[in-house]
Design a protein around this ligand. Structure first.
Ligand SMILES: Cc1ncc(C[n+]2csc(CCOP(=O)(O)OP(=O)(O)O)c2C)c(N)n1
Ligand SMILES: [Mg+2]
Length: 388
């Protein structure tokens, strides 16, 4: 991962997926930052780099494509449910499907995953039932803990905070000689949080088996990259901590899988952490509480529509003779049917007890929370939600 292969470089909306050897600002003794490898295997026209084309069976190719379609189907229905007033605030993942699927695809069941809030496409692969995730986004506390036998952390809304416990798990694995690894993802915005730097440093010093996936999707709510960081190359942050780092086309499923495969292999064989910067784009809203039309132009989004991770994969599969248009339509229909079935299960579930939010943090509720609970119960009663 130390050298650049220029044939894999591409450009994204002026955000180059290219390496950099920017010298230090102190021009007396320039510091070589080192080359950062850049990886793209499947370009936006569905053309594959023949030297790097993976050797998957047709079934495997269809399975990985379906995982992206499934994520998109879930995304679409969740947005509709939220707009109908039947779902809580939700963070869409439109356009980031390759990134989210690819980062967990090489994970084993006993590996760990620490997701951010935009990671449902990965959580579905890891074994979270759709109705469980719906419960989560509807705000019921029982939706947050991972299902039994799924080695995932619940996601944290406090950005970057979940990166430290991921490293803690990795350090624990090293201590126990457990040959597994941890994948943790976070955004370009979260990269500015101190916790992420602390986590990178701990992981590097203790050679923790952790794969950091920085999803550079161009935005942190309304803050664009150029206001977030002085360099758009987030892979450099890993180099600063002596963590091998790579910049990947995050809309290229093959590249995401390959980079994660190499990083998880390194982690499991005791070679320590890796940082993968996945360059992608948040096509949709930050969350359903957001209106991006007030801070970005439609043209920027349109440019990225051409780089859609599903579209290029479909072109590739069709060209290779793996699927036809009618197969695509059947897969889309099957995924949507699955979401609808989960939605019906979710609608049929008992609502959570609205008073439970006070129940799980303290054995003995502190006085001020007792007061808040009394006030909350009174409000619920006034609204007719409870009888008290
Ligand atoms: C510590 C903290 N500060 C601020 C927020 C409010 N907030 C929620 S999401 C977000 C932007 C995160 O952007 P990024 O890390 O790029 O992830 P993305 O939403 O783009 O996936 C912010 C500032 C928060 N949740 N936690
Ligand atoms: Mg972001």
């Amino acid at each position: 991962m130390a050298t650049e292969n220029p044939s894999h470089s591409t450009t994204n909306e002026g955000r180059e997926i290219a390496s950099s050897t920017t010298p230090s600002a102190m021009n007396t003794t320039p510091i070589e930052l080192g080359q950062i490898e850049v990886l793209q295997i499947l370009n936006e026209h569905g053309e594959v780099d023949s030297g790097l084309e993976p050797n998957y069976s047709n079934d495997e190719l269809i399975e990985m494509y379906t995982a992206m379609v499934r994520a998109r189907a879930f995304d679409k229905r969740m947005l509709t449910m939220q707009r109908q007033g039947r779902m809580g605030t939700f963070a869409p993942n439109l356009g980031q499907e390759a990134c989210i699927v690819g980062q967990v695809y090489p994970l084993l069941k006993d590996d760990w995953y620490s997701p951010s809030y935009r990671s449902f496409g990965a959580q579905l692969i890891r074994g979270w039932p759709m109705e469980h995730l719906m419960r989560l986004w509807a705000g019921f506390h029982d939706g947050f803990p991972p299902p039994k036998n799924v080695n995932d952390l619940p996601f944290s809304i406090v950005i970057g905070s979940h990166v430290l416990p991921a490293v803690g798990i990795g350090m624990g694995m090293t201590y126990k000689k457990d040959p597994h690894c941890v994948v943790v993802n976070y955004g370009d915005g979260a990269s500015s949080q101190g916790a992420v730097s602390e986590a990178l440093n701990f992981a590097a010093v203790y050679k923790a088996p952790v794969v950091f996936v920085c999803e550079n999707n161009g935005w942190a709510i309304s803050t664009p990259i150029e206001k977030q960081a002085s360099s758009e190359h987030f892979a450099k942050r890993g180099i600063a901590f002596d963590v091998p780092s790579i910049r990947v086309d995050g809309n290229d499923l093959f590249a995401m899988i390959k980079a994660t495969e190499e990083a998880t292999t390194r982690a499991r064989n005791g070679s320590g952490p890796t940082l993968i910067e996945a360059v992608t784009y948040r096509m949709s809203l930050h969350t359903t509480a957001d209106d991006p039309t007030v801070y970005r132009k439609d043209e920027a989004v349109e440019e990225w529509e051409n780089r859609c991770p599903l579209l290029r994969f479909e072109l590739y599969l069709k060209r290779k003779g793996v699927i036809e248009q009618s197969d695509i339509e059947s897969i889309e229909q099957a995924c949507d049917d699955e979401v609808i079935q989960a939605r019906e299960k979710f609608y049929a579930m008992d609502p959570a007890d609205a008073t439970e939010i006070f129940d799980y943090m303290f054995t003995e509720l502190p006085e001020e929370l007792k007061e808040q609970k009394r006030e909350y119960l009174k409000r619920l009663s006034n609204k007719g939600v409870t009888d008290e």
